[in-house]
Ligand binder design. Structure first.
Ligand SMILES: [Zn+2]
Length: 384
């Protein structure tokens, strides 16, 4: 049964791509949607006002970071994450799994969960499927993710199977816990958002049969919606597209599908063509801080000396604040001088570019011309 307050409706399709509206307790999200990553409750370099101005309808925040600092208890006492950070639109929180696997020190995995030490102060922690569910209940995000095991790439088929099956057992425990929290008070856990939805995650490495088995079994558990995890981790790009394309048909068509951690603008277009509705990725924000801008003509490295006297905006076709007011020469100067504004202006542009690309994709789907959009997009992106 889907959580009241959470809903999804497909409004248009064009080939395999679909356009829809996802409803949460904090408002609607037009899909396909891109979620900017606000790791510690803020998207680095920009304010929430900037985010809204860029068209962001939903934010992703990281459970691992917020749990360690300032702590989910502190946030729950302040009324939950929305109130604490001053963002009234939808929020999705991850389970913390990815950061435990990529950031934490001395990590060991057992059936119970992930034992690790904080990258901040070395303190010992145990993240179980129940604990990850509790933390997200206290944060009060609109969408919570189950704790999954993030498999290293490459992995053998046996290691991938074992990991996928553990992720399934963890998913059942996480679902049981969420249903307990919905049923009534659980000692020590403050439910900040009673309408929180929970997504299951399909794993299985790069093995089609494992991904199929994972998809079928995860759907059997009965989540509000489903994500495809463990991709965009170094596997060949065509293999990722193929795995996505074979997974989405096994997921319920009346629920949103979320491809975790992807990707480049090209990845977004290709995943949407295969029926994905939700994305998150640090690329637009992280690359902005490193001086790399995504444009309609491909990527542009603003630190390059060739832009020192270039009076054009980063992307003449972009309508963002940065492109309307700044030249490449100015942005390069700010970057070289190490000005904070370089990160802000570059981030504003990259986020706007991602969000505007999604907006144009939704429009193309509504008018039934996604395939021609896709063709033109690839032709232009390959010019640079
Ligand atoms: Zn721009």
């Amino acid at each position: 049964m889907s959580q009241p307050g959470f809903g999804f409706r497909v409004t248009h399709t064009s080939g395999g791509a679909r356009c829809g509206i996802m409803t949460t307790a904090h408002g609607e999200v037009d899909t396909p949607a891109f979620m900017p990553v606000g790791t510690q409750g803020a998207v680095k370099g920009v304010t929430h006002r900037d985010l809204e101005g860029s068209g962001a309808q939903i934010l992703l925040s990281n459970t691992y970071h917020l749990y360690l600092r300032p702590g989910d208890d502190l946030i729950a006492r302040r009324g939950g994450l929305h109130r604490f950070i001053g963002w009234s639109k939808p929020i999705l929180t991850d389970s913390g799994a990815y950061q435990v696997f990529s950031l934490a020190e001395r990590r060991t995995i057992s059936e119970e969960g992930a034992h690790f030490r904080s990258h901040l102060d070395g303190s010992a922690h145990l993240l179980t499927p129940e604990k990850a569910t509790d933390i997200q209940a206290q944060l009060g995000s609109d969408i919570a993710m189950v704790l999954d095991e993030c498999l290293a790439y490459p992995s053998t088929v046996d290691a991938a199977r074992e990991s996928m099956q553990r992720t399934l057992r963890w998913a059942r425990r996480a679902r049981t816990r969420l249903l307990e929290l919905r049923d009534g008070p659980v000692a020590g856990v403050a439910v900040s958002n009673p309408a929180q939805a929970q997504f299951g995650i399909v794993q299985g490495g790069v093995y089609h049969e494992l991904r199929q088995e994972s998809a079928d079994a995860t759907v059997d558990i009965g989540f509000d919606a489903y994500a495809v995890g463990g991709l965009s981790v170094g596997e060949p790009i065509d293999l990722m597209y193929d795995l996505v394309g074979r997974t989405t048909p096994r997921l319920p068509p009346d629920r949103p599908r979320y491809l975790m951690g992807a990707g480049t603008p090209t990845d977004l277009v290709e995943a949407i063509a295969r029926g994905i509705d939700l994305f998150d990725c640090v690329l637009p924000t992280r690359n902005a801080r490193n001086g790399q801008l995504f444009t309609s003509a491909g990527r542009l490295n603003i630190k390059n000396a060739r832009y020192a006297q270039d009076d054009r905006p980063p992307d003449p076709e972009c309508g963002c604040y940065t492109c309307r007011t700044c030249s490449r020469a100015y942005l390069r100067h700010l970057y070289v001088a190490g000005e904070i504004n370089a990160a802000t202006l570059n981030t504003l542009h990259n986020l706007y570019f991602y969000l505007d690309t999604l907006r144009r994709i939704r429009e193309a789907i509504v008018f039934g011309r996604f395939e021609s959009f896709r063709l033109e997009f690839h032709q232009r992106a390959s010019q640079s």
